[in-house]
Write a protein that binds this ligand. Structure first.
Ligand SMILES: [Zn+2]
Length: 294
């Protein structure tokens, strides 16, 4: 079968990036052309530039840059994960499996405890009954009990909206530039707000990871205590740096490759397979034969 351009979900794209070995990378370039940003360290910059490259030039990304850490595999935690432990790519932009990526559902512990086979059954069952979560959760609960003998009190706890949620809106490039510029402006305002912020951020703005360490902060000649440093950095990370990273990634997608289209053969090389929903049996035959012969 000739595979041309196919689609993948935002979640699977994130997994590709997440599973990339970025330790040895030293990517060059600006993370944001509209203004130079000095607030990211090498790891953060690699992560952003890697994402940018994926959207801007996926061929180059896969051929020259991408080093997978390990095979992408099923964690059996989620309803929308991999079929047969392999992520799918899609032929049809409107495929329902492709468009389920803004939300995901935890597999209830009662199912997980019963093993992989039950998990597969549950995933299948869930697809047929998911609509009840909105229409009539009580019937969902009842059917869940009848089919799997599980009582779920709080159905809502199953739903996890992933971090892509805030991006559901169809932003234009200009909208995103406005949002990003605004965060940058506010981060500068925070920087210049007082002497303490200025001194601490000048020295440690690329080291916001210090917030999560218990070790002594090295070479602290700011005149401020570690507690104060952590406090300033925490606010800086939470309100500016972390949102900036998320918005920049979304910006790259919208700007370069809004539908997350990639050459199918590049994805096959890293273990993706054709989606059973939007590829016909004929089209998947090679893949099916391959999986049987193993
Ligand atoms: Zn599909």
């Amino acid at each position: 079968m000739q595979i041309d351009e196919v689609y993948i979900t935002n979640a699977n794209f994130r997994k590709i990036i997440y599973n990339s070995n970025t330790n040895d990378l030293d990517l060059q370039g600006e993370v944001y052309e509209r203004s130079r940003l000095y607030i990211f360290n090498k790891i953060e910059k690699n992560d952003l530039l890697l994402t940018k490259e994926f959207f801007e030039n996926s061929e180059k990304f896969f051929n020259d840059i991408y080093i997978p850490i390990k095979n992408l595999s099923d964690t059996y935690e989620w309803v929308y994960e991999y079929e047969n432990q392999k992520p799918s790519y899609h032929n049809n932009k409107n495929c329902k499996k492709l468009n389920s990526y803004f939300e995901n559902f935890k597999i209830p512990n009662g199912i997980k405890d019963q093993g992989k086979e039950k998990i597969h059954q549950y995933r299948k069952w869930f697809m047929d009954n998911k609509y009840l979560l909105d229409v009539d959760p009580e019937i969902f609960k009842k059917r869940l009990y009848e089919r799997f003998n599980i009582i779920m009190h709080n159905i809502k706890s199953l739903l996890i909206k992933n971090s892509g949620e805030k991006f559901q809106k169809n932003y234009k490039v200009e909208d995103l530039e406005k949002i990003i510029d605004d965060i940058i402006r506010k981060s500068w305002r925070y920087f210049f707000d007082n002497e303490r912020n200025k001194k601490i951020l000048k020295k440690y703005c690329t080291k916001t990871y210090l917030v999560n360490t218990k070790n002594q902060i090295k070479e602290n000649n700011t005149g401020y205590s570690e507690e104060e440093i952590r406090e300033v950095l925490q606010k800086y990370a939470q309100e500016f740096k972390d949102p900036l990273k998320e918005w920049l990634k979304e910006y790259y997608r919208v700007k370069f490759n809004p539908d997350i289209k990639v050459q199918g053969r590049l994805l096959e090389n890293i273990g993706f397979r054709p989606c059973s929903e939007c590829f016909s049996f004929e089209e998947r035959r090679d893949d099916i034969v391959k999986s049987i012969s193993f």
